[in-house]
Design a protein around this ligand. Structure first.
Ligand code: FAD
Length: 492
């Protein structure tokens, strides 16, 4: 549990709430991926659902996201593209990469992944039966399946049979999450989910025994009390845009971070949960990245730190290489290439500067200001390994093995605070596998549920991140939150 460094709102006791302006069985705070999924599931159980959204319409960070959803265990796309996968292999993979795995949640997420795929499609979210074989942060077109994590990276390839599980929503753009949200919103609207936009939930309302029975909403210059007869679902996103939390909880992140999110990613869902006695988990955790590929030839280069030493397998998912870069002295990292692997990193806005080109490794070592002999020794060892066809130090996958011995050489600067990094928060409220918010004794707070970026589930840090786990868990546990909220209390 993490102490939250910002003030949390006062919880309002029911006796002081003298009138209700509105009521629904399930009230959902936030209309992103988690909120929409919760709403659809709850509404399909026959209850009255109201989403309160602070913006003028639904979407949230999900609506600007890349649109990868991490799914496996033999989805129709995996089968159509010729990949074998099982829930067990998916579980073993995610368990190996998650710092603080919750076995029951992970089991559910993996065992019900195929069902979740069908649920998304039935809700109108399209996925092509196609595969993108390249190594890239995001497929350029509408192709669906991609290796979006560390499945083929050592030691994970030995722990679980690798399979690609990144399923991109079928839109040929970098924000395919927009189509996912359009479709979920259309489905929710079509089945009668009600929405109150421009309404910011500022407090929870509780009975004397702590049961959550409503929310207080600021809407322009009005304050509204909204009764939730069966439960409140917090689906209000992350906290990367909260300056105080960025300063206090995420002090390890580069200060010039490209913050991925919407202006309303200010942690208010987490604060509301904490105000009711919920536990905030690992608010110091975040996703971080500065992808240096494609072109994928760059993966055949090596990453070295200020001591001229390698520190990570270069074929890792780009969030994992960033996670290791943070731990290097001074956050310094260079990507070293030779003339046969040279290319330019794909995204100019990450400002990964080409330092220079050199005829010899010794000149490059001096040019980068690395300790005498350090880079020369690293390259000698690496090239000798490559000639034997094996990376004995970091076990880079066979696809990426090549001696770096074709001058001239070049280096790109991937150091923190020199190159740009992007990221978003990953800590959140402690919840059960049924998305109930848990108090300090790990007991469910009656009437309170949470999912998505304001909860602590599958995506837990940059090193273990696989693209698609955020939208995957937001929609998956959002559905569970909606279902358990709708079913938890007798609906009048
Ligand atoms: C650029 C970008 C690319 C990404 N790409 C991917 C990807 O490809 N795959 C992946 O898995 N993840 C990706 N992510 C992360 C992922 O999008 C988020 O973690 C996930 O979508 C969060 O979903 P959510 O429903 O919890 O939050 P959101 O979608 O952000 O929804 C939260 C909603 O709550 C509203 N809200 C906030 N506070 C209140 C309040 N007090 N009262 C009422 N409403 C409130 C917000 O306005 C917002 O609409 C990406 C993120 C970004 C920003």
């Amino acid at each position: 549990m993490t102490e939250i460094s910002v003030p949390t709102p006062e919880i309002l006791a029911e006796p002081h709430v003298t009138c209700w302006d509105e009521a629904a069985d399930v009230v959902i705070v936030g209309y992103g991926g988690a909120g929409a999924s919760a709403a659809i599931e709850a509404r399909r159980m026959g209850v009255d659902v109201l989403i309160v959204e602070r913006a003028s319409g639904g979407g949230g960070a999900t609506g600007i996201a890349g649109g990868h959803v991490y799914l496996g265990g033999g989805t129709p796309v995996q089968i159509a593209c010729g990949f074998e996968d099982t829930a067990e292999e998916m579980y073993k993979y995610l368990e190996a990469l998650t710092p603080d795995p919750h076995p029951a949640k992970l089991r559910l997420y993996c065992e019900e992944s195929v069902v979740h795929f069908h649920w998304l499609e039935a809700a109108g979210v399209p996925f092509e039966r196609s595969y993108y074989p390249g190594k890239a942060a995001m497929q350029p077109g509408s192709e669906c399946l991609i290796w979006s994590g560390n499945e083929k990276v050592w030691p994970f390839r030995d722990k679980a049979k690798p399979a690609p599980r990144g399923h991109k929503v079928a839109l040929a753009s970098g924000d395919a999450g927009s189509l996912l949200m359009q479709r979920l919103i259309a489905t929710a609207t079509g089945i009668g989910v009600r929405t109150l936009c421009d309404g910011q939930v500022v407090a929870l309302i509780a009975e004397d025994d702590g049961t959550i029975i409503g929310v207080r909403v600021r809407r322009f210059d009005e304050m509204l009390n909204i009764r939730a007869r069966a439960g409140v679902v917090l689906a209000a996103g992350g906290y990367i845009m909260n300056d105080k939390m960025f300063e206090n909880e995420l002090a390890w992140m580069p200060r010039d971070l490209i913050k991925h999110g919407t202006p309303y990613d200010d942690g208010s869902g987490i604060m509301l949960g904490v105000s009711a006695g919920g536990q905030a988990m690992r608010l110091d955790r975040a996703f971080l990245t500065s992808p240096f590929y494609p072109p994928e030839n760059m993966i055949k280069g090596i990453l070295v730190n200020a001591q001229g030493k390698r520190f990570v397998a270069e074929d890792c998912y780009h969030g994992r290489t960033a996670g290791f870069t943070v731990e290097q002295p001074g956050g310094i990292a260079y990507l070293i290439l030779d003339s046969e692997t040279f290319g330019y990193p794909p995204y100019e806005f990450f400002e990964q500067r080409l330092v220079d080109g050199w005829e010899t490794v010794a000149e490059m070592e001096a040019g980068l200001g690395l300790p005498a002999g350090s880079l020369v020794a690293t390259m000698e060892r690496y090239n000798s390994d490559m000639r034997m066809g094996e990376d004995r130090e970091f076990h880079k996958y066979g696809d990426w093995l090549k001696p770096l011995d074709a001058p001239p050489y070049a280096a790109f600067d991937l150091s923190l605070n020199r190159a740009k990094y992007a990221g978003f928060s990953l800590g959140g409220l402690k919840t059960s596998e049924n998305a109930e918010v848990l108090d300090a004794a790990d007991a469910p707070i009656p009437g309170l549920y949470a999912a998505g970026a304001c909860a602590w589930n599958i995506a837990q840090d940059a090193r273990g991140y696989s693209s698609g786990t955020c939208i995957g868990e937001a929609t998956f546990f959002g559905r569970r939150a909606g279902r358990f909220a709708a079913g938890s209390v007798n609906v009048s």
